[in-house]
Design a protein around this ligand. Sequence first.
Ligand code: FAD
Ligand code: NAI
Length: 467
Amino acid sequence: MSKAYDLVVIGGGPGGYVAAIRGAQLGMKTACVEMRGALGGTCLNVGCIPSKHLLHASHAFEEASHSFAAMGVKTTGLSVDLKQMLASKDEVVHGLTQGIEFLFKKNKVDYVQGRGRIEAKGKVVVTDADGAETTLAAQNILIATGSESTPLPGIEIDEKKIVTSTGALELKKVPKKLVIIGGGVIGLELGVVWRRLGAEVEVIEFLDKILPTMDGEISKTMQRILKKAGFTFRLSTKVTAAKKTKSGVSLTVEPAKGGDAETVEADVVLVAIGRRPFTEGLGLEALGVEMDRGKVKIDSHYRTNVEGIWAIGDVIDGPMLAHKAEDEGAVVAELMAGQAGHIDYDCIPSVVYTWPEVASVGRSEEQLKALGVIYKSGKFSFQANSRARAAGGGEGFVKILADAETDQILGAHIIGPDAGTLIAEIVLAMEFGASAEDIARTSHAHPTLNEAVKEAAMAVDGRQIHA
Ligand code: FAD
Ligand code: NAI
């Protein structure tokens, strides 16, 4: 017997669960199929949330170890209880995934546990953990199956000694030496966690800089700050082999452009060279769903080439970010319901949750130069921001890039305390097509970190006050 739905979503991550809830809100009879045994996808289970919890907990330890005494707060006998730290992370994850189940009940979304396969247009077959099959009839099918860690050929992941981010969130003891392949977001966030907890951390990056897609000045500043925190870097380097030894892993590395090989020893190796869309077992090939370099190909309305099949999130093109997937989830449900929906992809922020944090939106200086855009840059250091100084910090800056002629904000790049929160006002300004002067003339409470954003906006016109 098959149950009939207006919308069947395959994948219960930030893209899928948001689409399911928004679809139900718009009056569609909706089901969401998820195979991992918990809702929330990569983000809640093995991504954003557990990594942010470990970043938060390890930051607390770091602050207590190194900053409290200078402020007159004395501690003795400080130590890390890793088992408890991991348990508290699991508790946060469990609570939030249960929260999505609650939201499904509240919005009358059916949560179907098992692996979904699109057998034909309008037909999803779900296989549960015992192998039992259920058929769901669906007017609209949404592929929101997310992504998985990209493997490095010849390097076998065991999630113990050679791990992806999933294993790196679960290490049972602090490794003496952690080698990270890939100086991107995962490498730096998780590297920071284990460095703070006592590991020696070395990053091996193929390109000549870390965070290669970010503004060059941010990437350089981040590398300097991490070096100071004890990281070591091998840039323009490739790993050609990994051999497990009794005590750890022996890596063979060589210059990216070729040259003499060297050996690097590690207790644990984290492979973090990117993520790739996950569509395995969905049956897309048999249905003739068009793909583009491993991603599901869609039109401007998230429709695939097969009628009634839509796709969003990490499985399609664009930045692999939870908020991008969520925005697409809401918009695709609105489009299915015949409403208008739109995302401005130039206004999607990207944040690295280290400390200081990095946050970025719009174009980098390198991109503007490559595009031949004439721009002005306004920069303000947190050294001159009273709130950052009062909180014992001051590292980093806000940089706003605006069109030289119209003053419209084209990009913003922040490295500093709470950068991920600070960027929000610039994102909103950009959504409204604001000029740097619009931010500069907006009242900002004193003393706040946001005043650094205001001063950077003033600096675009060379009229900053506090620097
Ligand atoms: P996913 O979250 O991957 O969800 C897809 C779901 O579909 C999965 O649960 C999977 O089990 C399920 N599924 C797949 N195939 C089937 C099938 N056939 N049947 C049933 N179910 C299926 N992004 C941020 O914005 N901020 C962060 O701080 C951040 N931190 C991250 C940290 C780490 C360590 C990682 C790995 C990622 C992080 N991300 C972060 C990225 C973020 O997790 C993803 O961009 C986001 O989860 C994508 O959402 P999605 O719904 O497209 O896919
Ligand atoms: P990434 O794309 O951010 O970084 C991968 C890095 O590995 C790049 O610097 C790349 O040049 C390098 N690299 C590629 N191949 C290599 C090789 N063979 N040897 C050495 N270096 C190599 O990917 P990452 O860090 O794995 O993260 C995956 C995705 O997850 C990202 O796209 C990101 O959007 C998302 N994510 C987001 C977070 C956030 O928003 N805070 C946190 C963690 C992940």
